[in-house]
Design a protein around this ligand. Structure first.
Ligand code: ADP
Length: 496
């Protein structure tokens, strides 16, 4: 499986973290419950052992007491033993039978079984032993040799009552064995279950082997599982929220940093632009100012020499240079100023005719044909007449420059007009050397020029003026020469 987006990767990580947290919590709870169960079972085993030890000690004590009164049985107080035995049986219901077996009083019931005689026979005087009762399931016989070789005391004990009621919890049971024989087995559902405690009662001549059993139950309750799931969800959800808010804060910080960088950059580029502009102005104005100085000096000289014709020539040159300086400053102002143009509804062919009046002379002088067929139909556009003339003038002058330096045969500049649904497209195409790729990429940048006396503000100014009129200026790659297209919005009849 491929996880691609950072979002889905985060979702997978969250799900994994949630599952791990859940598992960890459940494992922790299980371990705690298990340890608690172990503690409880250990304590229960100790309680059971203490109770049973107490009981078997009592049996030993009863037999000792009975041994003391047994000799009276054969003499006058024949009922003394039976009275003591009776009171023992009444107080301790687990003791089912007590008998003194002598040749004179043969045993009855369980104590008559030959196995009992067989077990008692090898005993030393006052020694005791135990054996399972074959006639009564769950009982065992505790036998003590009294005096003569054939006398012994026999007590039958019900093993199920060796433990107080209510000692064991409901899901636990007890197994008791004596000499390998089962005295007590737990009820059927508990047979297959786990032994959690066992011991053998050493001493008191009743070597009972005891096992405590329990039915394993689920250590994890549904409520625990639910709590774990809820807690994990809460933790993972909170962690996710914290992570998200940190991410957001980091993004805000980055954005703020970016904005600060952009502001710094804009400031730097403004400073840079101003620097470039200042050096452009200085460079452009240097020439006319130098010319003004030298022509003024020449005029002074002519005046001193009394040569009015030289004075006139020098002053005329001064006027020309001053005009040139003024034109440069005017262009700069036009480019820098943010003044909105004032477009009006005008007939584009007429505006082109007007602009070309000024350009016809220079074209003729350079021997370049200026081709323009005035359309018969008017073409109404929204444009500022002064800006339009400035743009057209600049484009034609650039074409004239390119053609005069290239000495192209049949040099010409062709101006054509066409329209589409929304705009008029005025094309200025020349058959000069054209624009190479590097120049085409940069020629709309302010101060970019390939001319030695160029200022590099013509095209940027044209583009700005066109945009202010709601149109634009585009350079179109052409197989011959350079081709510029002016786009202007058409004016409808309703625009009067
Ligand atoms: P300038 O005329 O002062 O160089 P412009 O912004 O008007 O500034 O023109 C920038 C540059 O674009 C020119 O230097 C020239 O390399 C190129 N260019 C503009 N018009 C033409 C043209 N018709 N043919 C060839 N190159 C041109």
């Amino acid at each position: 499986m491929r996880i691609t987006s950072p979002d889905s990767r985060r979702r997978w990580l969250l799900a994994l973290a949630w599952a791990l947290l859940c598992a960890l919590m459940l494992a922790l709870q299980w371990w705690q419950a298990h340890a608690q169960q172990q503690r409880e079972q250990f304590q229960l085993t100790q309680i059971v052992q203490r109770q049973m030890l107490e009981k078997v000690a009592q049996h030993k004590a009863h037999l000792t007491a009975l041994t003391a009164v047994a000799p009276l049985q054969a003499t006058e107080e024949s009922s003394a033993l039976s009275r003591v035995a009776q009171s023992i049986k009444t107080i301790y219901p687990r003791i089912q039978e007590i008998q003194l077996v002598t040749p004179a009083t043969p045993a009855t019931g369980s104590c008559l079984v030959p196995a009992v005689a067989q077990a008692a026979a090898p005993l030393q005087a006052r020694a005791s032993t135990s054996l399972p009762d074959e006639q009564h399931a769950g009982d065992y016989l505790f036998i003590k040799k009294v005096a003569s070789p054939s006398d012994w005391l026999c007590v039958r004990i019900h093993s199920a009552q060796l433990l107080d009621e209510q000692t064991l919890p409901a899901n636990s049971g007890l197994r008791i064995r004596l000499n390998g024989h089962a005295l007590l087995e737990p009820p059927p559902p508990l047979r297959q279950v786990r032994v959690f405690g066992q011991f053998t009662l050493a001493g008191y001549d009743q070597p009972l082997e005891v096992q405590l059993l329990t039915r394993p139950h689920n250590l994890l309750s549904w409520s625990m599982v639910l709590i774990s799931v809820l807690l994990s969800t809460l933790l993972v959800g909170t962690a996710n929220l914290i992570w998200k808010s940190r991410q957001q804060a980091r993004r805000h910080q980055q954005r703020a940093q970016l904005l600060a960088n952009e502001a710094q950059l804009a400031h730097a580029s403004r400073v840079n632009g101003m620097g470039e502009m200042a050096s452009g102005i200085a460079h452009e104005l240097a020439q006319p100012v130098t010319a003004l100085l030298s022509q003024s000096q020449a005029a002074l000289r002519a005046h001193e020499l009394g040569k009015p014709e030289l004075l006139t020539t020098a002053l005329q040159a001064n006027v020309r240079e001053a005009r040139r300086a003024g034109a440069i400053l005017e262009r700069m102002r036009g480019y820098i100023s943010n003044a909105p143009s004032q477009p009006q509804r005008l007939d584009l062919p007429q505006a082109v005719n007007q602009a070309l009046l000024l350009l016809d002379g220079p074209a003729r002088q350079a021997g370049i044909a200026l081709r323009w067929q005035t359309p018969v139909q008017p073409c109404w556009v929204w444009a500022d007449p002064v800006s339009l003339e400035q743009v057209l003038n600049n484009l034609v002058r650039n074409a004239l420059d390119a053609l005069s330096h290239a000495a192209t045969p049949d040099a010409n500049i062709e101006i054509t007009l066409r329209t589409d649904a929304k705009q008029a497209l005025l094309t200025v195409q020349d058959n000069g050397p054209g624009v190479d790729a590097a120049t085409a990429q940069r020629m709309f940048e302010p101060f970019f020029t390939t001319k030695t006396d160029g200022m590099g503000l013509g095209l940027p100014l044209c583009a700005t003026l066109m945009e202010r009129m709601g149109g634009n200026l585009e350079y179109v790659h052409s197989p011959r020469g350079a081709c510029f297209v002016m786009h202007l919005p058409l004016a409808s009849d309703d625009d009067f």
